[in-house]
Design a protein around this ligand. Sequence first.
Ligand code: GLU
Length: 290
Amino acid sequence: MPTPVFRFAPSPNGYLHLGHALSALLNFDAARSCGGTFLLRIEDIDATRCRPEFEAAIAEDLAWLGIAWQAPARRQSEHLADYRDAIQRLAAQDLVYPSFESRAEIARLVAQREANGRWPRDPDGAPLYPGTAKLLSAGERPGLPESGAPYALRLDMAAARARAGELAWIEQGEGPNRETGTVAANPQAWGDIVLARKETPTSYHLSVVIDDALQGVTDVMRGQDLFWSTSVHRLLQQLLDLPQPVYRHHRLMRDSGGRKLSKSTAATGLRELRARGVTPAEIRRLVGLA
Ligand code: GLU
């Protein structure tokens, strides 16, 4: 049996809150209890939102919680060539096409479609890509513009799905509706996902899958909000011939209104709680870990 490898993969676009503490502690404890490795990965591909000071704060807050990771942390922005290479491998299978609509144009196309009935939405509630590039066959698709115009590279979901066949993943935690065990992947629910944009040569889905494979991650433990993203991750793993980890999605920390914590506030931010004299042991209790 290979040594289990766990990871915590925050984006440095804000300060850590109790939801992050739960995820980091679950992964760290699981690695420690089975003699496995715990890695930290900084998911900083969105240059407009990620900041070095947030990354420094992540390291400081985790160390304060008593969490140690195998150095160095992998910083996604330093590995763009790995993601470009993966896109080329998908493009070589005729599974990638460029689209050129702006976000505003896409919103307008969706509104037009919705005038005639419901337009499908992905599991996160965002409308599926309605654009015209989708309708072209592999031979009719334009190449990338020489002009410097913005574009997004999309996965041709129908072709990708046909190539990969039926897929499932092993869920040892549970999904939002208690899905567990062998869960059938449903990547088509996400439509023709963006793999990369002109200004960001990768995307969340692509870089997560590449990094989990390159880092030898065997056990992905993360919040239930990412449960259905796993469908896309399984598809990309299959198309790129990457190993599949075991998945364990965990409960989410919620605010008093029942919403998933999305940003650090006075009541939930680790720095704020620390400044008020809350101890790491109390943080464990606050997130429901003994
Ligand atoms: N970077 C993602 C987040 O902060 C987590 C990615 C993952 O665990 O797969 O939500």
